[in-house]
Design a protein around this ligand. Sequence first.
Ligand code: SAH
Length: 371
Amino acid sequence: MENQSSQMEQNPQTDNTSTSNTKAILKGLTLDELKNYFSKTGEQRFRGEQVFNWMYNHLVTDFFDMANVPKVLRTKLKDTCEIMTLEFVDSQISPLNGTKKYIFETSDKYKIETVLIPEEDRTTLCVSTQVGCPLDCKFCATGLMGYKKNLTAGEIFDQYVLVAKDFGKDNITNIVFMGMGEPLLNYNNSVKALEIFAQELTTGISKKKITVSTAGIAPKIRELADKNLNVKLAFSLHSCFDDIRSGIMPINDKYPLKQNIEAVKYYARKTRTRITFEYIMLDGINDRDEDVEALTKLCKEFPCKVNVIPFNSLQHMDPTGVSAELKSTPHERINEFVQQLRENNITVMIRNTQGEDIAAACGQLAIKYND
Ligand code: SAH
């Protein structure tokens, strides 16, 4: 795992400007990249802005629909460029809470999943950044399938395009990079996708409603802070103790808590945002009184809040080793744990486990398809 993940960090990129069948793939290019592409190919730079608007705002997939682009240029674009799109494969809606799960296919035939979560006051789109994941977190279904490939920025953004076409662009209020994969191990593509999402011109979704979730790649958290994108950061904490965290998240051996906590504090300071700690409740592992104490101490140090998440069982996947031992904390104890934190003046939310009935927890449906 160690070698695999460090390899991935050194060489994690799939270059979006590369060509397929000698055609340039435009989806995934940022505004600046598109303008540069047009000036490089002898066109005016503002054409880049027009195409950006068509692809990412109007969700157009055919150059001939780009009404304000001259016909000659549309023909040239058709001959020399491609607007990559994912293929729709399947979708499922949870009868319990309306969570909708989509399976899309990349041009190289990998299946990825995207989840739409309607709630009372918002509708969140949860996108994947990798096919599979190299991190091998013991509680995570995606971890069980291993790592297959990094998604390009276009493949990350196109999940939004397809769901927006199905569900209505204006109905999607929040974006979370919380699907399959570790966004900060696919750093350049994730950042490019974030740059596209964060352009008011495209989604109209404010940066405050875009969240990147990470298992903790400390140097990349700092790098993202310095990017001044100012999107929100969620840190998958799950334990305040290194030995316990390493037991369920092997990446903790490489980037231990101290290093990650310093990085998230830097992120909070630099971006002036509040960090969210994600905390899956695992029976007997991270739900003890000393965990309340340690979490309280940590949360007093800087602006943050805690999202307590009931554990989605992996039993249907026949896990082995540590994964086979994991059980969710009983509801009463979850409530008590939250109560104790609140008494200590910590902001805590309990996240409803969305779509357990349709295997919505992180990667479970796509695994079925990739098999
Ligand atoms: N790699 C990133 C993003 C993917 S995981 C990260 O680690 O944050 C997104 C969130 O889903 C994480 O908080 C993760 O801990 C949570 N998650 C994974 N498996 C889960 C399960 N079985 N039950 C509940 N939440 C889970």
